[in-house]
Design a protein around this ligand. Structure first.
Ligand code: TRH
Length: 376
């Protein structure tokens, strides 16, 4: 059934809000034939993910999605069949009034991904609103009783073909200005600031094994500059310190960011969307979680670790969790790193197994379409 969809995205900070909604919008069009409008209140963030886009356009078509500028002074439109407010952003009041006058619109709040137990109990619940409408809570998650994980249908197959093709990887990296060294381990780094980063970089620079660290332009560059004793790092820069080569990369569109993750042996990721993409990359990862007030993010981090490490051998599980916890607490990283390296074979096998296991389940867009079809 073809329905119209309005997805509202308020860019709070960074790229996670637009990253998730843009990905979802594209998939709803490409795989489910839905008609999707994506309302974005900061098109500059969108342009980072979709460089062809126009940050000034009120309306533009990108990959089959109608992308609309969400202005403060809202100009009335006919509400869609399915209305998604992403991450509890507030819909324009006039739009909500119009929904109340148009029976049949389905109103959903798409929540953040979490592995916490309570998610299954809250997924799909309806919350009656004062104007007579109901708003449903749609929770991504890891269980069958959640909204599932955002994943394109062909992603595992596309990833496997690319990971089996060293030449394609080398050509891709060259396009980003990186000459891959055959003897070097490849690590990508897309994290928030971390004052303890220098200790890990120092360790990598002193190891026998060479490392190429690939760093997309972003918030962590300041910590790298501090360690290098330089400033003004920008895409294209490359610095060698002992065994460690640091390459600063441009911020690329989402599909290329996937390719980058697929090339690497280890990916440091953050927030929500890159965190999930690194899981689909089937390589060991570190998650720098988005910090919340009063440390609320720790329960989320531990819930994921419990799930992720459940069927990993005890030594590998202890090694990875110690490194993750140190990173997220801003504590020294070098002491935790050797155990991660010793656990490498187990961590690599596990990352493959993890990606395969979750790719066999229903994905978020499919579950969303199914959820709406039964209610419209
Ligand atoms: O950017 P993030 O930290 O985003 C968020 C937001 O801060 C949000 O408010 C918060 O609530 C949420 O985290 C938990 O991290 P995230 O989610 O990984 O989003 C980054 C997006 O940028 C993701 O879609 C991948 C994309 N990306 C590219 O497209 N190209 C790139 O080169 C890189 C590095 C990332």
């Amino acid at each position: 059934m073809k329905n119209t969809w309005d997805i509202f995205c308020s860019v709070v900070d960074n790229y996670g809000d637009i990253g998730v909604t843009w990905r979802l919008a594209r998939q709803l069009v490409a795989e489910h034939g839905q008609a999707v409008r994506l309302w974005v209140d900061d098109l500059r963030a969108f342009v980072r993910l979709c460089p062809d886009a126009d940050a000034q356009a009120d309306s533009q078509w990108r990959q089959g999605v109608e992308v609309r500028a969400w202005h403060r002074d809202w100009r009335p439109v006919e509400p869609a069949d399915v209305v998604i407010e992403a991450f509890a952003c507030h819909l324009p009041p006039a739009y909500v009034e119009a929904m109340a006058l148009r029976p049949g619109s389905l109103w959903l709040n798409l929540e953040y991904l979490s592995a916490e137990d309570w998610v299954a109990g809250c997924h799909g619940l309806a919350s009656p609103q004062s104007n007579g409408l109901s708003k449903y809570f749609f929770f991504p998650g890891f269980g069958d009783d959640t909204g599932g994980l955002l994943r394109e249908r062909d992603l595992p197959a596309t990833r496997q073909v690319f990971q089996a093709d060293r030449q394609a990887q080398a050509a891709f990296l060259l396009g980003l200005g990186v000459q891959r060294r055959p003897d070097a381990r490849l690590i990508s780094l897309f994290s928030y600031e971390n004052p303890a980063l220098g200790g890990w970089l120092q360790r990598l620079s002193e190891e026998a094994e060479a490392t190429q660290l690939l760093v997309p332009e972003g918030r962590v560059l300041g910590d790298i500059e501090t360690w290098l004793g330089t400033d003004g790092l920008r895409a294209g820069d490359c610095h060698q310190r002992g065994a460690l080569g640091i390459h600063v990369l441009p911020f690329v569109e989402q599909d290329d960011y996937d390719r980058l993750l697929w090339c690497c042996d280890f990916n440091v990721v953050r927030g929500e969307d890159s965190f999930l993409r690194a899981q689909w990359a089937a390589r060991p990862l570190l998650w720098h979680i988005y910090q919340q007030e009063e440390g609320a993010h720790w329960a989320k981090l531990e819930a994921f670790l419990d799930l992720y490490l459940a069927d990993l051998d005890a030594d590998a599980a202890a090694a990875l969790s110690a490194f993750w916890r140190a990173w997220n607490a801003g504590e020294a990283l070098a002491p935790a790193w050797p155990a991660v390296q010793r656990a490498w074979p187990a961590l690599s096998r596990h990352a493959e197994h993890w990606a395969r296991q979750w790719a066999a389940r229903g994905d978020l867009a499919a579950k969303l379409v199914q959820f709406c079809t039964t209610r419209l």
